[in-house]
Design a protein around this ligand. Structure first.
Ligand code: DGY
Length: 297
């Protein structure tokens, strides 16, 4: 189809060069959402009713550069007949790998060891020094049986762990009691906000560790910090934070915590693939007049 006027697209943050070039081949990039036909939003942008109103009635599609869409008011988008698309599948492997990385770093005390070496503390090899635990043999409770959860289970199994998948309707409280590692892979919504709170932390074994690569607010971060200080659970590996990019101060001095700055999908290939899915969604709606494969509204 020939388009005499190229659709206008606003991109909320810089994107990889390959994605930028792909966007510029088909669209006119504009500096603000006002007047745009399509928007590429990062998870740091709140796309609520006010944002959509300000963008204007010509807006037809928001392509979120993430699989999680908790930054978008989907009901408001639906009311305004704005298609919302996300970037599933292409980041599944990278995010699951990061969950495994946090598990292994925590169990084998890699973060703690790294900080120890950098402090130039005196040390020599000794048999009882900084002993950790194996992932092999551990019961890994994967909360959320979607793509990333299932891939994390597959990787954990390859390390000799025993993955248990918990989906909607499963008795999370009972499963938490049995787990050595709890890894969170649920989207953030009203039903999952503070899914792991003070009460549920107390159900976990005192030797258990919690891994979160989903969204920070799935965990009550204050309650987690308190639980770690009091020895209610043994450790945590966090990639996401309740008030991102702020991190609860009380977590910082803890040895038994590994922290990374929201790196789940942070490999170059993954980020390019995510961007190309956004381009595809814009193309579908703005150039071909069809619903994109990754539409969530
Ligand atoms: C997502 O896609 O939702 C991740 O959190 C960032 O890539």
């Amino acid at each position: 189809m020939m388009h005499l006027v190229r659709p206008r697209v606003h991109v909320s943050e810089p994107v990889p060069r390959e994605v930028d070039e792909a966007l510029r081949r088909e669209f006119d990039l504009v500096g603000t959402p006002q007047g745009a036909d399509g928007i590429v939003s990062m998870l740091t942008v709140t796309v609520d009713d006010a944002y959509l109103e300000a963008a204007g009635p010509q807006l037809r599609v928001v392509a979120n550069y993430a699989v999680g869409v908790n930054n978008i008011d989907l009901a408001a988008a639906r009311r305004r007949e704005v298609v919302v698309a996300n970037t599933p599948d292409v980041l599944t492997g990278a995010t699951a790998e990061l969950a495994l990385t946090l598990m292994l770093s925590l169990l084998r005390r890699v973060g703690e060891g790294d900080r120890f070496v950098r402090r130039r503390e005196p040390w020599r090899f000794s048999l009882e020094f900084m002993l950790g635990r194996r992932l092999a043999g551990a019961t890994v409770l994967i909360v959320g049986a979607g793509r990333i959860g299932r891939e994390t289970a597959r990787l954990a199994e390859a390390f000799g762990a025993r993955p248990v998948l918990a989906g909607r309707g499963d008795d999370l409280d009972s499963l938490l009691r049995e787990a050595d590692i709890v890894s969170l892979h649920v989207p953030l919504g009203d039903d999952t906000r503070h899914l792991v709170d003070a009460r549920r932390l107390r159900l976990m074994k005192p030797t258990a560790v919690l891994i979160n690569t989903s969204r920070g607010a799935v965990v009550d971060e204050e309650a987690l910090a308190a639980a770690l200080h009091e020895g209610v659970i043994a450790g945590a590996g966090l990639d996401v934070y309740e008030h991102e990019p702020e991190v609860c101060e009380k977590l910082l001095p803890l040895k038994n915590v590994v922290l990374s700055p929201h790196l789940g999908s942070a490999t170059r290939d993954t980020r390019i693939a995510m961007g190309m899915l956004c381009v595809e969604a814009l193309r579908a709606v703005l150039l071909e007049g069809r619903t994109p494969a990754n539409a969530v509204t």
